[in-house]
Write a protein that binds this ligand. Structure first.
Ligand code: GLU
Length: 443
């Protein structure tokens, strides 16, 4: 049955390898569920969960600072709303296409289910490349994008947020245009907002913080912690920056960061103030970090950050950034744990290598759920026009991350594979969504 469902997905969604990969990874772990859940089998729950409820594709015309007209493509895939309004970020990156958005939306269903907050799964974005664009250009693009997307959104319908290429600046422009078109100050319609206008403390930090909390929980099952561990982080965006911060807070030493041009190794540990200044203030490249840091850091053009020996690896850049060879190198260097801060950064072959070597592996659906969990908390505050302190919001986030770890661990143990977090996350996420769908009838 599982094979034919997967074959059908491939047949009906041609040319979408990332979506196939995401589905395959889930489908291959669900067989034990169907062995004792004939009701889910009869209801064709697997087939239903693989088919988005709605897919929206639209034209986004905009004008650059020289007056030249550009046309981009916008997407929103509203994948599953059994547990709550569609929820998931928007990605602005030249690689965005329908298959990418579907893979991200599919992952989001199970990730969001694991948070225990009432949010469904969705994802969106555009092949617009914000790199090198002025603020005014980004604003015009966001306004055009929202002028079409707004009709599909709403605090009870679909609630986007950021992802790669969409941060506080873009969320601001998007929210402004939504407000203008609808004449509604509907804070709960998008998350990742500024603190003064409906945003939540810890939303910016949440994905990176949560990934490290999840890693600490995995280590705890072996009586270990992060103190004194050498950590390799990839990426230098929002997820990476705050993973570095939390890892340092817990006593680890983060040696690296990276971007599409190469990586930086800093023997003294990454100086987060300097990196934040370059990345957030100047929107610069990591090579600049090495230039300014002085003796302890060097920039390696092109190479693989996974060549750097470490105890813990946190891929926080993008999909399929850690392949089989990289996983073998990490294992050879004695890595103890790998947690996915990005969505699907490890290839299936890499995951196989890590699991076979007994490396603790936190899949993205569980390990990077902190971002969307904090978005859920932002929606909760918006619903009652409240605003929590940093400490309260961080406490709630940590509680959710620990509970995700517990659910995944306990589910893996219940199915006879304690510590297999891939199995635990997929099954626990799927069971929640499938049971909700079953209870709601043939929808
Ligand atoms: N883009 C983030 C993710 O991959 C967060 C989405 C959200 O906050 O809605 O989970």
């Amino acid at each position: 049955m599982m094979d034919s469902v997967y074959a059908d997905v491939v047949r009906r969604n041609p040319g979408e390898p990332e979506f196939h990969q995401a589905v395959h990874e889930v489908v291959e772990t669900l067989a034990p569920v169907f062995e004792h859940r004939q009701d889910l089998l009869d209801a064709k729950m697997l087939e239903r969960v693989c088919e988005p409820e709605r897919q929206i594709i639209f034209r986004v015309p905009w004008q650059d600072d020289n007056g030249t007209v550009h046309v981009n493509r916008g997407f929103r895939v509203e994948f599953n709303s059994a547990l709550g309004p569609y929820k998931g970020g928007l990605r602005f990156h030249p690689t965005v296409n329908l298959g990418i958005v579907k893979f991200l939306g599919f992952e989001q269903i199970f990730k969001n289910a694991l948070t225990g907050v009432n949010i469904g799964g969705g994802k969106g974005g555009s092949d617009f490349d914000p790199k090198g664009r002025s603020d005014a250009e980004v604003m015009r693009f966001c306004q055009s994008f929202m002028t079409e997307l707004y009709r599909h959104l709403g605090e009870h319908t679909d609630v986007p947020a950021g992802d790669i290429g969409v941060g506080g600046r873009e969320v601001g422009y998007l929210f402004g245009q939504y407000r203008r078109i609808t004449n509604r100050w509907e804070a709960g319609t998008i998350t990742g907002k500024g603190l003064a206008w409906g945003g939540s403390n810890v939303r910016t930090e949440a994905t990176g913080y949560g990934t490290v909390t999840f890693t600490a929980e995995m280590l705890k099952t072996a009586g270990e912690d992060l103190d004194g561990q050498q950590v390799v982080v990839s990426g230098s965006g929002n997820v990476a920056l705050f993973a570095i911060e939390k890892a340092h807070q817990l006593g680890a030493n983060v040696l690296t960061c990276s971007d599409s041009t190469g990586y930086v190794v800093d023997d003294k540990g990454i100086d987060l103030d300097l990196l934040s200044q370059i990345k957030l203030q100047e929107r610069g490249r990591v090579a600049t970090y090495a230039e300014r840091r002085g003796g302890s850091a060097r920039f390696v053009e092109g190479g693989s950050v996974w060549d750097v020996p470490c105890d813990i690896a946190l891929p926080c850049a993008t999909e399929n950034e850690l392949n089989e060879d990289a996983a073998k190198t990490l294992v050879g260097n004695g890595v103890k744990a790998v947690a996915e801060g990005a969505n699907m950064p490890c290839t299936p072959e890499a995951v196989q290598v890590l699991r076979q070597a007994g490396v603790r592996f936190g899949p993205g659906k569980a390990a990077n759920a902190g971002g969307v969990a904090a978005s859920g908390l932002e929606m909760r505050q918006n619903a009652v026009r409240d605003s929590w302190s940093f400490t309260t919001a961080e406490g709630q986030l940590e509680e959710i991350m620990r509970s995700i770890h517990t659910i995944c661990y306990e589910t893996s143990a219940r199915y006879g594979a304690p510590g297999d977090y891939v199995l635990g996350a997929n099954i626990a996420g799927f069971e929640r969504v499938a049971d909700a769908m079953l209870a709601q009838g043939l929808i």
